[in-house]
Design a protein around this ligand. Structure first.
Ligand SMILES: [Zn+2]
Length: 807
């Protein structure tokens, strides 16, 4: 708490309020005395009572005088809520939009009122509005300089006032977006975060358990989550394999199949039947691309503005086809559909959407600071404007100033992006925004504050708002922190402009390129600010930031990336770090999961081992015969050994040696798996592609497609010669390859022959480099290992090594 502390520059906060000459200013408190009471109707919604108590508490802390709470209007008063006393004074909400509010002086009285949903009721759109609470927070901010910089006591700033004088005022505010949601800021785990939202006129967060029974906060919620798996049963799909996407991902449908469309729409109707007053149903595809490549579907595929295949027409037509059927029974229920992934760009010919389709553009390329890229910035307004024309009632979703950061590495607010994004959408008339905040409030509070205030008023002066926050939060040294946040923005911007891989996480690469070079300067700026703090609260807020820097420093040191680390003021020994973390674990400081638990991961520096694979000598017979690795057959092979344990570079206790060769026909691989506990070897004769093969001992081959790390062939064999093969984790894409296994007394072995043509490789990759990994799940000795070490699981192509095929 900062009760009674003087905050520079706050007292002038009232001067910009336009005053008319008719009404004398009113003095609410002076020298610890007041003649005012706080009045609200006894029958007012409970949210108005909460607002009254909050107003009383904050005025008391600021002025030293406690105004009584009364249920009978008596001048002079601060009148809260839309009630008879306000109406008698001629003050109504007639022209105020949902969630809007007014702050009005009349005679000696002050009226704070907004649209409030009565207890137990909802807005016509399923929400719950607290306009009077908004009026009270806005009043305290504007006239007393109160700030809620972040949730909890550490964020509340209440300046001391000897005298509170309110000039003649007639203010009206309403939200810039009717629906506002800020996601993933530990909102469902912490009441203080929900309270912070209310004070920031936040609308959301939506969908949280804390809001049950009251309706969703804010006037309206429409979410367009991935939902295809909700509406068509597994049995139906088994009966109709033709409904699945041809040559696409599992969970994707052939959207031009009329029977599928009908069944899907009936599924949506059944879902609405369960609660017919539902405002909307989401009909968005499962995540990712991989749509149908049948003749009819392919005929609709266009190219997007960057020359890539665009499935927009396929998806929009599907939305329309489903909407027509659903509207026969539910003509008013909205159907929310994402505009996303490879259906981000508008169709070439204008399409008219059915009236119930509500689109949610969520341009994936702009996630994770993608809008730093000049090409996306340049097209942003046009893209958003095209979609607004197609779907006039429209909601925007983005993770634009967010990156998943799990080792304490801070990210900046992305000022350049914030200045572009919501103001553009507001000008275009978007009705809703769902933005992703930063869950680590230690460094993300500024981002969250700017976003939530922009969602209410998209045209705020962002620089001024940020400066006010930094100055209030960190005290006299605040300009250092301004530089620090700017450096983070600059670093991420440089990274994103060079990034070809669409990285949304703070990966090792981001830390190496952005945080590591910036660490000495961040350290210096942080310490300089800390040395200038004047209050406990300033120090506390700054140390929340610093805690993340300490965590980052610790993980960088553990990953072997720091020299001279003991000289850093951020340095903590292992034992000291353990204690430090224990005290702050599960706090708002750090990256938090959905239940508020601290989610933290070490920095993983993937090793990229490299191997040159020779050709099979022309005079040698093919080596894959009986699973027994004969020296004569494999003597020309390259050797991949020293398989490592996951999460370390330590070799496994049970060594594995792989041998590799190739020729114009095939790739040949042999595994020799030493096993001290050969009697415990676990292998059953499962059918081909049965996932249970992974319950026992197996070896696996991961082969990435050239240029596409996200797609890789995955081949598995167990000691009984059972195979599992497919694309990533989808066994539908099986193909023919040859295997033989043998089990000996101290080892088991595999020989494999993979024909190039079955891998759909057009040319033998002689002279080319592929990304690949070899792994072993050893249940006999209960250890997994891999040729290239992995952080925790094998299914991560980032951890693949390089295979260079000889000419
Ligand atoms: Zn199709």
């Amino acid at each position: 708490m900062t009760s009674g502390r003087r905050i520079a520059g706050m007292l002038c906060g009232i001067s910009f309020i336009a005053a008319t000459a008719y009404c004398a200013p009113i003095t609410v408190a002076n020298a610890g005395k007041s003649v005012y009471s706080i009045y609200f109707d006894a029958a007012a919604p409970s949210s108005v009572k909460v607002a009254a108590e909050d107003l009383q508490r904050i005025l008391r802390i600021s002025t030293g005088v406690e105004l009584p709470l009364v249920n009978q209007p008596k001048s002079p008063m601060i009148c809260l809520g839309d009630n008879a006393a306000a109406r008698d004074a001629g003050i109504t909400l007639a022209e105020v939009q949902p969630e809007g509010f007014k702050i009005v002086t009349k005679g000696q009285d002050l009226f704070l009122l907004g649209t409030d949903t009565p207890d137990g009721q909802r807005t016509p759109m399923g929400g719950f509005t607290k306009g009077t609470q908004y009026a009270v927070s806005a009043f305290l901010e504007k006239f007393l300089g109160v700030r809620w910089l972040m949730p909890g006591d550490a964020g509340e700033v209440i300046p001391h006032h000897e005298k509170v004088v309110i000039p003649d005022t007639n203010l009206k505010e309403q939200p810039g977006f009717l629906m506002r949601d800020l996601m993933y800021v530990q909102e469902f785990a912490r009441p203080e975060v929900l309270r912070w939202f209310e004070r920031q006129k936040g609308g959301g967060p939506h969908g949280g358990p804390a809001m049950k029974g009251q309706g969703e906060p804010g006037y309206r919620l429409i979410s367009a989550g991935h939902s295809w798996d909700e509406y068509v049963s597994v049995e139906d799909l088994k009966r109709h394999p033709e409904w699945l996407a041809v040559g696409g991902d599992p969970g994707k449908f052939c959207t031009s199949n009329k029977e599928l469309v009908r069944t899907f729409a009936e599924g949506v109707i059944k879902w609405i039947d369960k609660a017919p007053d539902r405002l909307y149903a989401s009909i968005s595809p499962a995540d990712g691309g991989g749509f149908c490549k049948c003749k009819d579907c392919l005929a609709m595929v266009e190219t997007d503005w960057h020359g890539n295949p665009s499935y927009t027409v396929n998806i929009l037509k599907f939305y329309n086809d489903v909407a027509k059927i659903v509207a026969e029974k539910y003509p008013k229920t909205l159907l929310a559909g994402l505009v996303y992934y490879n259906y981000t760009y508008p169709p070439k010919k204008p399409m008219k959407m059915e009236p119930t389709v509500h689109l949610h553009p969520a341009p994936l390329d702009t996630y994770g600071f993608g809008l730093f890229k000049p090409e996306y910035q340049a097209e942003y307004e046009r893209l958003m404007s095209e979609w607004k024309k197609i779907s006039p009632d429209i909601t925007y979703t983005n993770y634009s100033t967010w990156m998943r950061s799990e080792s304490g590495a801070p990210i900046g607010p992305g000022m350049e992006i914030l200045k572009l994004e919501l103001p553009t959408l507001h000008k275009l008339g978007y009705s809703g925004v769902m933005m992703c905040g930063v869950s680590a409030w230690g460094y993300g509070a500024l981002t969250n504050y700017l976003l939530v205030r922009q969602m209410w008023d998209p045209m705020i002066n962002l620089e001024k708002t940020a400066q006010d926050w930094l100055q209030t939060a960190y005290g006299p040294g605040w300009e250092n922190m301004t530089t620090l946040y700017r450096r983070l923005d600059e670093g991420i911007k440089r990274f994103k402009i060079a990034d070809q891989k669409r990285i949304y996480d703070v990966t090792y690469e981001v830390i190496r390129d952005v945080h590591l070079p910036l660490l000495p300067e961040m350290e210096r700026l942080y310490v300089a600010t800390l040395n200038e703090t004047q209050t406990d609260s300033q120090r506390q807020r700054l140390e929340m930031f610093g805690a993340n820097l300490r965590m980052l420093h610790y993980h960088l040191r553990r990953a072997g990336l720091l020299k001279d680390f003991e000289r850093s003021p951020l340095y903590l020994s292992d034992a000291a770090y353990e204690e430090f973390f224990k005290q702050r674990n599960g706090s708002l400081f750090f990256n938090g999961g959905r239940r508020g638990e601290t989610v933290v991961k070490p920095i993983w520096v993937a090793e990229k081992r490299s191997l040159t694979i020779p050709r099979l000598p022309a005079d040698q017979k093919l080596p894959v015969a009986d699973g027994k690795i004969e020296e004569a057959e494999w003597k020309a092979a390259a050797i991949a050994d020293q398989f490592r344990l996951p999460g370390s570079y330590q070799p496994a206790s049970q060594p594995t040696v792989a041998r590799l060769m190739f020729d114009d026909r095939a790739l040949y691989i042999a595994f020799e798996c030493q096993e001290a506990n050969i009697g415990n070897l676990s292998a059953n004769e499962w059918p081909r592609d049965d996932g249970r093969v992974y319950h026992g001992d197996v070896v696996e081959i991961f082969l990435s497609f050239a240029g596409n790390l996200r797609q890789w062939w995955h081949l598995t064999v167990n000691p009984k010669n059972v195979q599992w093969d497919g694309l990533v984790n989808n066994a539908k894409y099986s193909f023919d390859w040859k295997r033989a296994t043998a089990v000996g007394e101290k080892s088991w072995s595999v020989e494999v022959e993979i024909p190039w043509k079955n891998l759909r490789v057009e040319n033998v990759p002689a002279g080319k480099t592929w990304r690949a990994n070899l792994t072993r799940e050893n249940t006999a000795s209960n250890e997994n290992s891999s040729w290239c070490s992995v952080e925790e699981n094998f299914m991560n192509p980032e951890h693949c090594g390089e295979w260079v095929f000889a000419q």
